[in-house]
Ligand binder design. Structure first.
Ligand code: ADP
Length: 414
């Protein structure tokens, strides 16, 4: 009498169980536990083969996919797919060895579609758990980064406040020495002047550190006032005139539609933002370059551009530079002169500029063909600001009346 599929399965089962567990599970303890699990798999496999329905295996596969990795299994066989392949290969081998040829063929033909479907299901489950695992890893990496960034930001805030006190002391003592020294002691006055320049530069760095920690902690508050962009630009022309002359640069301020319109913004912060851009343009342009401030109005926005004829910025760095400490190049190149060619700076300027522009609900980006110190392709920084023509502060609104009553010009002393 020919053997039924069930009989064939039962006949190969002991050898199959032993061979799979011997080839996969390392150590007696692991093998014992694995045998038990394998027993469940073979029971369900028999059900699936007899009913021709591979879904009998699904609950077990789902349970295994959700379980922690069995780390004592042989390398490369830890995944469900690998395990099913091993079970399939051994079962075909044992069927060939221990059954008559027609029975072996019949059993192999019945097992094949079940294994194929089970492997497909295992791959689907494994992909799902891999994605879940990766999402979890990503989440915890982000949390770690956030924590790290927070500590960095706290450190900057504490360091800035700690530096302020001795700085004030040094400034005070330097002033006292100046007062005590006789008027005609030029050498002492020159040295004190040098000390003041150093203090002034350090104060700028400390102020930048405070600004960046305020931006990080969303504590930057804006004081919206009437502003004319062309006045902001003209102030820059005056403030940078000595440096421009020293570096033989030309600062060209082009009038554009919108630059003479009254808008509401924080004048000091806006000045600080554009000043940072111009100061960078001076710094990263070899002597004798041109820096151009231009712009245009767009529906609801005003766009300001600061272009230079400098060394440019590589595409891969065009976002990094807006992060705090996003300096490029060799740190040793950073001399102490803020506007010297490739001069110093702690890499906070653009992070602050971005923070200020974003606090105005604007955006900032840079356009450059790339970095080349010989060809100097230049960079263009774009600042997009909402065109606020009405004050948000109710007191200012009252002062300036309704929109149509806004004065065409504010008094000059404003
Ligand atoms: P830093 O204090 O180093 O100037 P910033 O935040 O102002 O810091 O700028 C970050 C980096 O962006 C700079 O180190 C420089 O490499 C690059 N960068 C900024 N502006 C320009 C520019 N106009 N041309 C070329 N590179 C620039």
């Amino acid at each position: 009498m020919p053997m039924s599929i069930q009989d064939s399965l039962e006949k190969i089962r002991p050898a199959l169980q032993m061979r799979v567990s011997n080839s996969l599970a390392r150590g007696a303890g692991v093998r014992e536990n694995f045998q038990e699990q394998l027993g469940r798999l073979l029971d369900l496999l028999a059900q699936a083969v007899l009913s021709g329905d591979a879904t009998w295996l699904d609950p077990l596969l789902e349970e295994w996919a959700a379980a922690r990795t069995q780390t004592d299994l042989e390398e490369g066989e830890r995944n469900l797919g690998g395990l099913l392949h091993k079970v399939a290969a051994h079962s075909f081998e044992i069927a060939r060895e221990s059954l008559d040829s027609p029975q072996a063929i019949e059993l192999t033909a019945s097992l094949m579609p079940i294994y194929l479907q089970a492997v497909e299901k295992a791959a689907e489950l494994e992909n799902r758990s891999r994605v879940e695992y990766l999402a979890h890893e990503l989440e915890s990496a982000q949390a770690r980064l956030k924590k790290f960034d927070k500590s960095k930001s706290n450190f900057i805030a504490v360091a800035a406040h700690e530096l302020k006190t001795p700085l004030t002391l040094i400034e005070g003592y330097a002033a006292m020495i100046g007062d005590l020294a006789s008027r005609d002691n030029e050498q002492i006055h020159m040295l004190i002047q040098g000390t003041h320049t150093g203090i002034w530069r350090m104060r700028e760095i400390v102020d930048d550190m405070i600004d960046v920690s305020m931006i990080d902690n969303r504590l930057l508050t804006l004081n919206f006032q009437p502003v004319w962009l062309n006045r902001v630009f003209n102030m820059l022309q005056a403030d940078f005139s000595d440096i421009l002359q020293q570096r033989k640069h030309t600062l060209e301020i082009r009038p554009f539609a919108g630059s003479d319109e009254l808008i509401f913004a924080d004048p000091e912060r806006l000045y600080q933002a554009v000043k940072n851009l111009v100061s960078n343009a001076i710094k990263y342009t070899p002597d004798g370059g041109t820096i151009t401030i231009d712009g245009r109005t767009l529906p609801g926005f005003v766009e300001v551009t600061v272009a230079d004829t400098g060394i440019g910025i590589a595409p891969e760095n065009q976002e990094v530079i807006f992060e705090k400490f996003g300096q490029l190049g060799d740190v040793s190149l950073h001399s102490s002169g803020k506007t010297k060619f490739k001069g110093g700076g702690p890499g906070l300027g653009l992070a602050i500029t971005k923070g200020i522009i974003e606090a105005h609900n604007g955006s900032i980006w840079v356009e450059s063909e790339g970095y080349d110190e010989v060809k100097c392709p230049g960079s263009i920084f774009h600042v997009l600001l909402p065109l606020r023509t009405q004050p948000s502060d109710p007191k200012l609104a009252k002062l300036f009346g309704a929109d149509e009553n806004l004065p065409a010009q504010l008094p000059d002393e404003y």
